[in-house]
Design a protein. Structure first.
Length: 439
């Protein structure tokens, strides 16, 4: 059956943008605390649009208490404040959440469980800041995220697009498609690509529409433009999605992902005059492992010397591309992850936190992680106790002995008083770092 053309194409003057520029930059101390995303969609209210706010709190963020029934319970609150362009509060949302874990391991996040909740607000057209605060009501600890978003009135346009949501997977259940939202704007971990989910609002007859997506830096430097995706768009509201293939050779930074619906007359090349409608959001590309940003991959690989063999390090180093090198690095740590079902990799976190501590506390003529003290600290962790003494005959010579369990000890000597401690007993260390869960 031949589809009819949209009558309103000739008269469409106002270019519609649904702006959903979401940037999430949490402090390092709570980067795993919770995740959030938002999408603006059409509502049944003539003067307002609906804002769906999703929060996801990993179990390991919360403090659980054991109950008499043997289960573990946590309680937290979600407090959302929406501010207008003049910083006036226009909406307040509050929810208390109760979480139950069957055992201690689950309460620590061992199964990768996450508590997800959807909050809804109705807002007139305008610019807003959304402030989400999560409070652990057992530990009395707060975590906060701020997001900015533009809301438009979808009812005013013959054809329009909702905001965009990043979706990691789409699957079918009982004949209906279900989505798995990816509540984080850093897409570097989605190595197989991802989907963008959106709604189309069509006040005219069913027809075919061509869509393209673009990735740009600040909307000025267009990095890539996809080919056209032709879709049948029915009258009314319809839910749509498009697969975004793996993005190659992106540098660390923030980008704009824009989805464009094109007019019927548009050829291979197009300008903004050919837009039927458009919607956009920010995404970030920050190479990371288990949420930890990797600022210098080559240095991180070099620092594997206390946990990896020389052949393993060489294998990672000899990757032909930066992307392959990063994937090999991730694969190495994935094999050591004590909780592979969670987003965290405790072994990775502990190892590099020890390197950071060594750099801050044991620096001598070289970086702290390369000193003998740094080596012992990284492999075995902090000593249970230590003692420091001076040489009776040479006051500039200082001895320091570290004690560990199982009667293990290490003796270091600084021969000149400049803090250059060398390991003298035992003369060498052959062990490698190994993560040990403390419970």
């Amino acid at each position: 059956m031949k589809m009819k053309s949209y009558k309103y194409l000739i008269f469409f003057v106002a270019l519609f943008y649904s702006v959903n520029l979401l940037a999430q930059k949490p402090d390092s101390k709570d980067q795993y605390a919770f995740y959030m995303d938002m999408i603006s969609v059409k509502s049944d209210k003539p003067d307002s649009s609906r804002l769906d706010i999703y929060t996801a709190v990993p179990y390991q963020t919360l403090l659980f208490m054991k109950s008499d029934d043997g289960k573990y319970y946590a309680k937290y609150s979600i407090n959302i404040t929406i501010l207008d362009s003049k910083s006036n509060s226009v909406a307040e949302l509050h929810t208390d959440r109760y979480v139950v874990a069957e055992n201690y391991y689950v309460s620590l996040g061992g199964n990768g469980d996450i508590d997800v909740y959807q909050s809804i607000a109705y807002l007139p057209q305008g610019e807003y800041k959304v402030r989400v605060k999560i409070r652990d009501l057992v530990a009395n600890q707060d975590f906060q995220r701020d997001r900015e978003i533009s809301i438009i009135n979808f009812n005013k346009y013959p054809f329009s697009l909702s905001g965009l949501m990043i979706v990691s997977s789409i699957f079918e259940t009982a004949g209906k498609k279900s989505i798995t939202p990816f509540l984080n704007d850093n897409v570097s971990d989605l190595t197989d690509g991802f989907f963008i989910f959106y709604e189309c609002y069509n006040q005219n007859q069913t027809d075919t529409i061509d869509f393209v997506y673009q990735i740009s830096k600040d909307e000025k430097d267009i990095i890539m433009t996809s080919g056209k995706f032709r879709k049948i768009i029915p009258q009314g509201t319809s839910q749509q999605y498009i697969k975004i293939n793996p993005i190659k050779d992106l540098k660390t930074g923030t980008y704009v992902l824009k989805l464009i619906a094109l007019k019927k007359t548009t050829g291979a090349n197009f300008t903004e005059a050919d837009y039927l409608a458009a919607t956009k959001r920010t995404i970030t590309y920050i190479p990371s492992l288990a949420g930890n940003i990797i600022e210098n991959l080559d240095l991180a690989i070099k620092q594997l010397r206390y946990v990896a063999s020389n052949s393993q390090i060489d294998y990672i180093r000899k990757a032909t591309t930066e992307e392959d090198k990063l994937n090999r690095f991730r694969e190495f740590w994935a094999a050591l992850d004590p909780t592979p079902n969670t987003q965290r990799n405790e072994a990775f976190e502990e190892y590099y936190s020890r390197i950071d501590y060594a750099n801050k506390n044991f620096k001598s003529y070289t970086d702290g992680w390369m000193t003998d003290k740094g080596m012992v600290y990284i492999i075995f962790g902090p000593p249970t106790s230590y003692e420091r003494t001076q040489d009776y005959y040479n006051p500039n010579r200082v001895y320091e002995r570290w004690y560990y369990g199982n009667n293990r000890q290490f003796l270091f000597v600084d021969n000149n008083g400049f803090g250059d401690f060398r390991l003298v007993d035992p003369p060498a260390v052959t062990e490698k770092y190994e993560y040990r869960r403390n419970y």
